[in-house]
Design a protein around this ligand. Sequence first.
Ligand code: PLP
Length: 485
Amino acid sequence: MTDTTQQVAGATLAPVWLPPAGDPNELVPAMWAHDVERGGHGELTVSGVPVSELRAQFGTPLFVMSEDDFRARARMFKDAFDNAFADICGGVDVYYAGKAFLCTEVARWVDSEGLRLDTCSGGELAVAKRAGLLGENLGLHGNNKSDAEINRALDMNLGRIVVDSLHELKRVAALATARNATANVMLRVTPGVHAHTHESIATAHEDQKFGLSLLSEDPDAPGMAAAEAASQLAVEAESINFLGFHAHIGSQIFEAEGFGIAARKLLAFTHEIQTRHGITLPELDLGGGYGIAYTAVDTPRPAAEVAAAMADVVRETCAELGMACPRISIEPGRAIVGSTTFTLYETGTLKTVQVEVDGQPDVTAPRRYVSVDGGMSDNARPVLYEADYSAVVANRASAAAPALSRVVGKHCESGDIVVRDVYLPNDVAAGDLLAVPGTGAYCWALASNYNYVPRPPVVALKNGAARLIVRGETEDDLLARDLGA
Ligand code: PLP
């Protein structure tokens, strides 16, 4: 800034995507669990329980999850896809993607709502086992599974191991042969669809680590695309029960188009392999990735609409190819758990800075920094993916004017941002409660102990009652693995 800088009325640091400041007390329904509302004095309640009670009982930061909302979204996905695909393949198997959020309780909710569980590590399988889920209702993913993980999947007689490479297929076949067992296998392929989402969560284009290419050769099987070579081995290996193909094109996707293109390519490839080997592959997994609302500008399409659009493509493609449709499965994670949860923080240090406005030399505008008692250790997504979130003051409604604010954490990084741009009432004070919605997926799951900060608890709300489903970490937990005297 120079001596000539000045504040100009209307100048703002707000990014172009952020809608103009409205009522900062408003709860945009798409971003919240259906049982979150403002009660007396405008205080947020979940299933009728005020956030001040949750703070008193469980402290902050706190992941606040609505069990009713989770179950409702799980049923909604299952019903939407079952209805859309009923005439094509008799319905759809919905595998909840546990990587989004998993604990024993949630695994049981998933099971009791008639969904199955998609895991991607031995640890997630351990949770499923503790929850008492049947192996036949579980899938295992991973681009680099260990022998221990594959053996655990075989011990539990998993419904499907989704194999990621020719090398891995050979290992699965050998481990199954060694115990005289059969492994139920799907092959993950990359249909070349580049989902329009953040690079780190687009997973089906050629140039990334997951899956078997439909185009490139595997060095161990020259002369064939990797997916063709793996298919041949899956057909020939006696210890492999080859179920079909899988693809996951990426995450936080709003349009059904990408899913449709992937479905077309997968069906065509299934048809080609069936014809070549004279087999019928009974299943086809179209992955997850359905987007949710993190801010007011995110407008996800209802599950029923996406399901209907995908079913149209599948119906049409199967008719064109003259093939019976395999049983379809999908793997939504964030679309089930994301909006069920908000993170409750307490505010602390506040400051306002004057910053030069982009493209307007010598003009400055204010930005308010609101520090909270968590941060990148309980929500890494803003740092990892530049993910945007929203926030509201939760312990009261405010009549104060909105101020462009940045919610930041307590960690020793200037990039420790929880909400980059949001309008909060300008009377936010230390000791207020702040709620950040849409933190059900990939927040607790990605949490760390950076700066020796304990990971927060998770509380589930149902029928007006709150109960801990994951306790918070203590300092003893933090020190438990440190072997120093
Ligand atoms: N299936 C697979 C193979 C994935 O890798 C993921 C996410 O990374 C999912 C499903 C779930 O994605 P989402 O939570 O976006 O639905």
